[in-house]
Design a protein around this ligand. Structure first.
Ligand SMILES: Nc1nc2c(ncn2[C@@H]2O[C@H](COP(=O)(O)OP(=O)(O)O)[C@@H](O)[C@H]2O)c(=O)[nH]1
Ligand SMILES: [Mg+2]
Length: 257
């Protein structure tokens, strides 16, 4: 647990947050009450990505009364990929997951990811498309369209045979998380296909788990601009692979004793 020197949490829940002052209080309430109701030994790490609003203060307020909550601050706005990596590499849990701040997948669904890991997966990724009936509020059609196109590209160009690479709800064993995120180079939206690509390359067992999902309209993404950037990032990933950058040896990160 945070603050304890001998015992580490079983689960780390990493939440990247950019200008989430409005959404994060309800998010932390839900995550905390879920963690406590289920009796999970968990830490909740919010990574503030250079927000210009009150995100950091709100999280600090929570942390005052909830020892499970930790705040990590980026030096400025560095991107979702950078933020998730930072949280995951500083996490202390045996199983490490990340979720979007809007909790589009309710945090209770984490149990399904944890169960998959319990059953032997190294990585369990949430999927909105395996059982699409679980989506109570779908993305608008144009976003579904972009999503499908991007999926076709990750399949064709990167060989990723997953129904949904982009779901912001993924869990890892500690060793898998440390290896993959130390090799990650993409710091903005295109980091998801990169971590999956590395995972397969390093021989990890990845399973897709259908999760419930309610799209939140207040998206932080600009589909056209960020979509173009993501295509460029796929080229970078291919290039990195060609240069053997994902085959490097990686040392585990030791937890403070
Ligand atoms: N836009 C944006 N979101 C970030 C950034 N860094 C972290 N995030 C977080 O990434 C998560 C996903 O954002 P969201 O708006 O829900 O994305 P969408 O639902 O996929 O459109 C949220 O938790 C954001 O706070 C960043 O630089 N830009
Ligand atoms: Mg969202």
């Amino acid at each position: 647990m945070v603050g304890s020197v001998t015992q580490f949490p079983k689960y780390s829940i990493v939440i990247p947050a950019f200008n989430e002052g409005a959404r994060i209080p309800a998010t932390l309430e839900s995550v905390l009450s879920c963690v406590r109701a289920k009796g999970w030994a968990a830490e909740i790490i919010v990574v503030n990505d250079g927000s210009q609003d009150a995100t950091a203060e709100v999280v600090r307020d929570f942390a005052r009364t909830a020892p499970e909550v930790r705040l990590i601050e980026n030096s400025g706005n560095r991107g979702k990929g950078y933020s998730v990596r930072s949280g995951i590499l500083q996490a202390l849990g045996e199983v490490v997951m990340f979720t979007d701040s809007d909790l589009s997948a309710p945090i209770e669904e984490a149990e399904r990811l944890f169960a998959a890991i319990e059953q032997g997966a190294d990585i369990a990724i949430g999927s909105r498309w395996l059982e699409s009936g679980r989506q109570t509020h779908r993305q608008p059609l144009y976003r579904q369209f972009f999503g499908r196109c991007f999926n076709a590209v990750t399949r064709g160009v990167m060989g990723l045979r997953f129904a949904d690479t982009q779901c912001g709800f993924k869990a890892f064993t500690r060793p898998a998380a440390q290896t993959i995120f130390q090799l990650q180079t993409i710091e903005r939206w295109g980091f998801d296909p990169e971590i999956l690509f590395i995972a397969l390359k390093r021989g990890y067992h990845v399973v897709e788990v259908p999760v419930s999902w309610a799209h939140d309209e207040r998206s932080r993404m600009s589909y056209l601009r960020d979509g173009m950037k993501m295509l460029e990032e796929i080229a970078v990933i291919r290039w990195n692979a060609l240069l053997g950058r994902y085959g490097k040896q990686v040392e585990p990160i030791h937890r403070p004793r």
